[in-house]
Design a protein around this ligand. Structure first.
Ligand SMILES: Nc1ncnc2c1ncn2[C@@H]1O[C@H](COP(=O)(O)OP(=O)(O)OP(=O)(O)O)[C@@H](O)[C@H]1O
Ligand SMILES: [Mg+2]
Length: 149
């Protein structure tokens, strides 16, 4: 069983707004895979999620392509939350993955969002669900949040 929530956006700004709204559906702790092609808008969505949590402004949220993990602190339902934004695009082996210490991030107050997490079965297995972003036109995106029951 799972629950699905669908959104459509027509610009990066709308995807940021979608992220701000989506946090209503996300009680911590959550560990979610952010799935979608290169340039789909995964990092753009995280900008909105970070804004919704009052954790960072959109401009402050950049891709963790090289840094691999970005950490922010915010509030969700008036409770402190740690937002971890990961990008595993450059991680190629389970050994490299292990050095990131992802298990240590998954505390009771954490919201972990993993771009390219679907590359690793261990990440998919442990996830609470995913956010899929699909380009349906030049600037049009279909965004689906699926939470495992
Ligand atoms: N509706 C939309 N939602 C999100 N981004 C959009 C939209 N329309 C156009 N864009 C553009 O698409 C790009 C999305 O880039 P972003 O870095 O968020 O993608 P990504 O999925 O994180 O890619 P990567 O896998 O390379 O990290 C941006 O240049 C953004 O302006
Ligand atoms: Mg990205």
């Amino acid at each position: 069983m799972s629950a699905s929530f669908q959104f459509t956006t027509a610009s990066a700004e709308e995807t940021i707004a979608c992220g701000r709204e989506m946090i209503r559906l996300l009680a911590a702790p959550k560990f979610l895979v952010l799935r979608g092609d290169l340039g789909a808008g995964k990092t753009t969505l995280v900008k909105g999620i970070a804004e919704g949590l009052n954790a960072a402004d959109a401009e402050e949220v950049t891709s963790p392509t090289f840094t691999l993990i970005h950490e922010y602190e915010g509030l969700l339902d008036e409770k402190p939350v740690k937002l971890y934004h990961l990008d595993l695009y450059r991680i190629d082996s389970d050994r490299q993955l292990a050095t990131l210490g992802i298990d240590d991030l998954a505390g009771p107050e954490s919201l972990v969002l993993v771009e390219w997490g679907e590359k690793f079965a261990s990440i998919l297995d442990r996830s609470d669900g995913e956010i899929l972003i699909e380009a349906t036109g030049e600037d049009a995106r279909a965004i689906t949040l699926t939470l495992k029951a």
